[in-house]
Design a protein. Structure first.
Length: 222
């Protein structure tokens, strides 16, 4: 083989290698762009399906509903019965690192209110959680709560307003009152009068799903 032919062969080989490297580098990028969203739900007993089978809870129902548009959507339910905004704030960083969510749904605050914790602290915790989620690259949705009037008008009004204030401060989407569809019908609550029944879960999902989809659009739209 002549020196000129050998040179052309080597040049052709180098060109093929560069093309192959380029294709290999492009594969992870393409996979990242087409990956289905990961949703992290950080909540309390209302999202942990307290007293129910897990598959009957609104979080699992949300997974089933979203699969129509996002077949491989992943919903991670990191909800713990009895948790507060302080507890959620402490455990959120490790959950963000582990699951790398595209959307974080924060359903916390009810237990803060039932224990009459300071509203300022609850609001600060909600803001800190939303900011941490957003800094990780996730969109945020807050599910607001209200508490009984026997806590006094000043506290109950400040409590419900804290969710809107936290959402505004962090540009998070907000469902003002998560339990709104069932709040006035005691038949939708278990015997403790606090936790929703299985029949209530589809109503909670119907109330929440439009905002979940809007939040997903923030991270899935070009």
């Amino acid at each position: 083989m002549g020196l000129m032919n050998m040179s052309r062969l080597l040049s052709f080989g180098r060109s093929c290698a560069l093309v192959l490297v380029g294709l290999l580098m492009a594969v992870p990028h393409a996979t990242a762009n087409t990956a289905e969203p990961v949703i992290l739900v950080v909540g309390d007993s209302l999202s942990a399906a307290y007293g129910l089978a897990e598959e009957d809870g609104w979080v699992n129902l949300a997974r089933e509903a979203l699969q129509k548009e996002y077949p491989d959507v992943e919903l991670v339910n990191a909800s713990i019965s009895g948790d507060t905004t302080g507890g959620g704030l402490r455990r959120l960083p490790s959950a963000l690192e582990r699951f790398e969510p595209d959307l974080v749904i924060i359903e916390l605050g009810g237990n803060d209110g039932l224990r009459a914790y300071p509203v300022d602290s609850m609001r600060a915790n909600l803001i800190a959680m939303a900011e941490a989620a957003q800094q990780s690259g996730a969109a945020t949705l807050l599910l607001g709560m209200m508490i009984p009037s026997n806590y006094g008008p000043a506290y109950t009004e400040a409590f419900s307003a804290a969710f809107a204030e936290a959402a505004k401060a962090t540009d998070s989407l907000l469902v003002p009152f998560f339990l709104e569809p069932i709040a006035t019908d005691r038949s939708y609550f278990q015997r403790d009068g606090i936790h929703p029944t299985a029949d209530a879960q589809p109503l909670l999902l119907e109330h929440t799903l439009p905002d979940i989809k809007r939040a997903l659009e923030r991270v899935t739209s070009p």
